[in-house]
Design a protein around this ligand. Structure first.
Ligand SMILES: *Cc1c(COP(=O)(O)O)cnc(C)c1O
Length: 378
């Protein structure tokens, strides 16, 4: 038996709403989408919410809606899931990486100015692992240099920076609902913005570039099929209804881990910034001390029934990026140092206290020398 890394939390309400859709026979672009978008906009406190079929689709639409084109540069972080950078490449613009703050693991605002050139059009920060990027500083820089900002909040629904929800700082933001996220729709994402024009463009482009007329075959611009279906939207409505309960459960699991790991010197838990007035726990990631061989620790965890994963592999060291852009080790040293030492532990809403204790017990054994230094213990 092993303790899995993540798992969705689906209840009866989700099933009831999905059945409602199936019984109605209306499976796309119906009232569940309208309701999910209205509920989401209200939850975040934003004017528009546009549902799409993935977080990646949402990011791509925003790159286009904000007018980022071939040759433009977008400043972003190498310590992220690959989609936050790929969306820039989709439009033949160039991601320009800036190293992270070693504590928040988000883009370091102090290093952004040095990366700005006359080709820079936008900044794309990521709220990593559910902790907000320093949006106060990022928005100041954007204003000074007249840059657009797209906030990738895919990992941070409900998180708050200085008392304000993530997603409300930038020109537009994206949330994602893949099954390992805090709330899920299976596949799915949501664009949010207060900007009417951006919202209109995103609505059109997610639906094959259709105009606002009711003519189904009236295509006024290049678009895609990035529509979310009604069954997924139904699941989203039910998940969003108990988002506070979900976030509270996750916070409880994280606090229990933090408590049990507080006196383990070889393990560093995530630093929560003072400006993070609410954390939205996405994954539970620890860093092992530099002298410890991370991969041996992971092997030991797996051999003893504890799922785990290195998190993330930096984007600039992904094979495709290395090949295309000639990146190499050493280019973003803080990102690389963090990457080499992080391990994501099992983390989901209903992880029990006993399971958390087991994980911590095995982890403690794993970081104890000589095992932790890559040697076999007989
Ligand atoms: C999950 C995630 C996305 C979107 O992923 P999809 O699978 O396309 O929904 C984008 N950026 C980050 C940082 C993510 O974690």
């Amino acid at each position: 038996m092993s303790i899995s890394l993540s798992g969705p939390d689906i209840g009866q309400r989700e099933k009831d709403l999905v059945n409602e859709v199936l019984d109605s026979g209306w499976l796309s672009m119906g009232k569940m989408i309208d309701r999910f978008e209205a509920d989401f906009a209200e939850y975040i406190g934003t004017k528009h919410a546009i549902a799409v079929n993935s977080g990646t689709s949402g990011l791509h639409l925003l790159i286009r809606a904000l007018g980022i084109e071939e040759g433009d540069e977008v400043i972003t972080t190498p310590f992220s899931f690959i989609a936050s950078s790929n969306c820039i490449l989709f439009e033949k613009a160039k991601p320009v990486f800036v190293d992270i703050d070693p504590e928040t693991l988000c883009i370091d605002p102090a290093k952004i100015k040095d990366a700005i050139t006359d080709k820079t059009k936008a900044i794309l920060p990521v709220d990593v692992f559910g902790q907000p990027a320093n949006m106060t500083e990022i928005m100041k820089i954007a204003e000074e240099y007249d840059l657009k900002v797209i906030e990738d909040s895919c990992e941070a629904i409900g998180a708050e920076h200085k008392g304000r929800k993530v997603g409300t700082f930038a020109d537009a933001s994206v949330f994602a609902f893949y099954p390992n996220k805090q709330m899920t729709t299976g596949e799915g994402g949501m664009i949010i913005t207060d900007n009417d024009e951006v919202a209109k463009l995103c609505r059109s482009m997610r639906n094959q570039g259709r105009g606002q007329s009711d003519l189904w075959l009236d295509h006024v611009r290049l678009g895609y099929n990035y529509r979310l279906d009604e069954m997924s939207a139904a699941v989203g409505i039910a998940q969003l209804e108990r988002i506070e309960e979900i976030l509270a459960k996750r916070a409880e699991v994280a606090e229990e881990y933090n408590r049990l790991l507080a006196d383990v010197d070889e393990v560093k838990t995530l630093t929560i910034e003072e400006s993070t007035t609410k954390m939205s726990w996405f994954v539970y990631v620890i860093q092992v001390a530099e002298k410890i061989d991370r991969d041996s620790v992971m092997n030991y965890l797996r051999d003893n029934g504890v799922s785990c994963k290195p998190y993330f592999t930096p984007i600039h060291l992904q094979p495709f990026y290395k090949e295309q852009f000639d990146y190499q080790r050493g280019d973003y040293p803080i990102t690389e140092q963090v990457t080499d030492s992080t391990i994501a532990l099992p983390f989901y809403n209903d992880l029990t206290k006993e399971e958390i204790e087991t994980v911590v017990q095995v982890l403690k054994e794993a970081v104890t020398p000589p095992r932790a230094f890559g040697q076999e213990v007989s």
